[in-house]
Ligand binder design. Structure first.
Ligand code: HEM
Length: 505
């Protein structure tokens, strides 16, 4: 009898607590007029409902979108997330009212630890520090003049890439696309940052630690479980230690002309991104500390490696699966440079079919399904979006992948069809930066926070693809046929990485 009464009390308290939470919870209406969303539980909100699904967040969001519409709220523990999935709303927030939504949330503990008090472009709040860092990044790393000046780095890395593929094919009969591409893109970025050619074994070491860190920092769920922070700290320490060594080596070279064994400093002083950081005093403050420089160069390597490598892997999946796409690309390349010529950076700008394949890859397989978290500046009052309130500091997540899956925007959006980007196609007028017409795709974001290196990213993808298709004929590996299943690993990648047979052309 006593047990029954206890149980009754417990159950009614839980029901009361839930009703109370529903009333006061910030999710779904209430005094703050937040967008609707699934009702949550006291304290944890929707956190466990999401985690217990044991599916990548991107898949959960697809289902929630179908139920709650173009803008909805999730209460993840103490954190409120507003998810925006609709092209017109994204355009309004990022382009028309750009400055309003251009900040980043303050409370992302793990990314904060990794980003050294927000002294990184991607995590800095909208303001003078962000502006100064981003301006320096653009002029020192990705301005057209800088891109041209550093062409020799790509030439060197792509030559190594082609040779490595040929060797791997000779040894194993197949090649691993992702592994090779990541290594190449990473070595280009390291050389751009440090002006040093680093041996490939060393790059592999750096890159694998970095991947572990990225894997743990990106899925936003980990931010809600502080216990993960302890596990993370060790990996982050290793990653930072490696980078710190490189920063010291370059600094020694720039300031005192020192040489380090095993590091070949190939860029003269002033030609590497890191050199510009040594003298920088961003946002009216003193010079950057060593930790901050480490963070700023790590950001380049983390942001640029997987995004580009993922796109190349997805493009090659279609090249392998659809030989007609491959032949059309090959013909375009041979028409431009001949069978034995070398494709260079100017050539890829003159190849409309290659451009269409790359755009279709970004549309059908955007490396990142969300942008980085945006926020309304912390000092401001709540603003309105889509008829709902968006309070300052709340995480605003733009689910951009939906726009490229939307049948109202694209004919048969699930199909991979590069022709749609040629004359008369449903993507013919679409540009990659979302500045022209309706926002139909935004693999790099749009507006103030758009990826500042989007043109460099596109160049890496085009150049490597063109060289690979020109140099080899790509065929499926009969022992491990290509599988388009996707999974989340910082970017959205192939669950079973692509392996292919290559034959010299
Ligand atoms: C195919 C390649 C790439 C893709 C698809 C890509 C995509 C993105 C996306 C979606 C964002 C977030 C935009 C937002 O939050 O609104 C971003 C930001 C950023 N990306 Fe990229 N990116 C690529 C290559 C690169 C490369 C090569 C670099 C560095 C050399 C880079 C550096 C950055 C930085 C620093 C930011 C932060 C910008 C800011 O917060 O102001 N990205 N990128």
């Amino acid at each position: 009898m006593e047990l029954t009464v206890d149980l009754l009390i417990l159950i009614s308290s839980l029901v009361f607590l839930r009703l109370w939470w529903r009333h006061w919870s910030k999710t779904g209406g209430g005094p703050k007029n937040l967008p609707p969303g699934p009702p949550g539980w006291p304290l944890v909100g929707n956190l466990f409902q999401i985690i217990l699904q044991r599916r990548p967040f991107i898949f959960v969001v697809r289902d929630l979108r179908a139920k709650y519409g173009p803008i909805f709220t999730l209460q993840m523990g103490q954190r409120t997330m507003i998810i925006v999935t609709d092209s017109a709303l994204i355009h309004e927030a990022l382009v028309q009212r750009g400055p309003t939504f251009a900040s980043r949330p303050r409370d992302s503990p793990i990314r904060l630890v990794f980003s050294m008090g927000k002294c990184a472009i991607n995590s800095a709040e909208y303001g003078p520090l962000w502006r100064a860092l981003r301006r320096n990044f653009v002029s020192e790393l990705v301005s057209p003049a800088r891109i041209r000046q550093c062409g020799w780095i790509r030439k060197w890395a792509v030559q190594n890439h082609m040779k490595r593929l040929a060797d791997e094919s000779f040894r194993n009969n197949v090649v691993h696309v992702m592994r090779n591409t990541r290594l190449t893109v990473c070595s280009i970025l390291i050389c751009l940052c440090f002006g040093a050619r680093i041996p490939e074994e060393k790059i592999l070491e750096i890159e694998s630690v970095l991947k572990e860190v990225m894997m743990m920092t990106t899925p936003k769920l980990s931010d809600f479980l502080p216990v993960l922070g302890v596990v993370l700290r060790k990996q982050m320490k290793e990653a930072k230690e490696l980078r710190r060594k490189q920063v010291r080596a370059r600094r020694g070279f720039v300031e005192r002309g020192e040489k380090v064994d095993g590091l070949e400093m190939v860029s003269p002083v002033g030609a590497a991104y890191m050199d510009s950081l040594i003298g920088l005093r961003p946002g009216n403050r003193g010079p950057l500390g060593e930790e901050e420089i480490v963070t700023l160069v790590s950001e380049v390597i983390s942001a640029g490696t997987d995004t580009s490598a993922t796109s190349i892997e997805w493009a090659l999946l279609h090249v392998v699966q659809d030989q007609s796409i491959q032949e059309r690309m090959y013909k375009e390349i041979v028409d431009r440079v001949g069978k034995n010529g070398a494709v260079n950076e100017d050539d890829v700008e003159e190849m409309p079919y290659l451009t269409a394949v790359v755009k279709e890859t970004f549309r059908r397989h955007p490396p990142s399904h969300f942008l980085l978290s945006h926020a309304v500046a912390a000092e401001g009052a709540a603003v309105e979006l889509g008829g709902y309130g968006v309070p300052a500091g709340v995480h605003v997540e733009f689910y951009t992948a939906w726009v490229t899956e939307d049948p109202a925007m694209w004919k048969e959006p699930g199909e991979f069809r590069p022709e749609r980007f040629l004359e008369g196609g449903d993507g013919a007028d679409v540009d990659l930066t979302g500045t022209r017409g309706v926002l139909k795709m935004m693999p790099f974001g749009a507006g103030r926070r758009i990826c500042p290196a989007w043109s460099l990213g596109v160049l890496h993808v085009k150049l490597l693809l063109a060289r690979m298709v020109h140099g080899f004929r790509w065929l499926p590996d009969p022992t491990s046929p290509p599988d388009p299943t996707e999974t989340f690993a910082f970017t959205v990648v192939m669950k079973n990485p692509l392996k292919a047979v290559i034959l010299p052309r």
